[in-house]
Design a protein around this ligand. Structure first.
Ligand code: FES
Length: 130
């Protein structure tokens, strides 16, 4: 630990004992929309995927403290893979298709959010960014 010019202690590790994580898992959906024609998740079914996830998590009884939280997010800067969602605490990034014929979201909910098994086929390659 050192002392700054104003006398404040710096470099100390704060004693921030936390209870168990409030949510077991947290999934964030990018819902960002760009009106200038650039790639964005909003133009690739992001809102439908978010709505589907909320509905499926609730239907499965997974929502709430100690379980799963589904949240909207702005741009997550991985637009080229959009639509994207990321699950924490594992920091697993997914791209998905969710429409009348294909419900990738259902698989993410059942496999990852419910059972902790990553859905390998939906992973975004590590080098895909904006
Ligand atoms: S617009 Fe969705 S990650 Fe950037």
């Amino acid at each position: 630990m050192t002392e700054s010019p104003n006398g404040a202690k710096t470099g100390a590790v704060a004693d921030v004992r936390q209870p168990a994580s409030y949510y077991e898992r947290h999934i964030f959906f990018c819902l960002n929309e760009r009106k200038n024609g650039e790639q964005c998740c909003a133009h690739h079914g992001a809102a439908e995927g978010f709505d589907r996830c909320k509905m499926q998590v609730k239907a499965a009884g997974l929502s709430g403290p100690g379980k799963v939280r589904v949240n909207k997010a702005g741009c997550l800067d991985r637009c080229a893979a959009g639509p994207v969602a990321v699950v924490y605490p594992e920091a697993v990034w997914y791209s998905f298709v969710d429409n009348h014929d294909n419900h990738d979201i259902d698989e993410i909910v059942e496999s990852h959010l419910k059972n902790g098994r990553v859905v390998e086929r939906l992973l975004i390659p590590g080098d895909v960014g904006r």
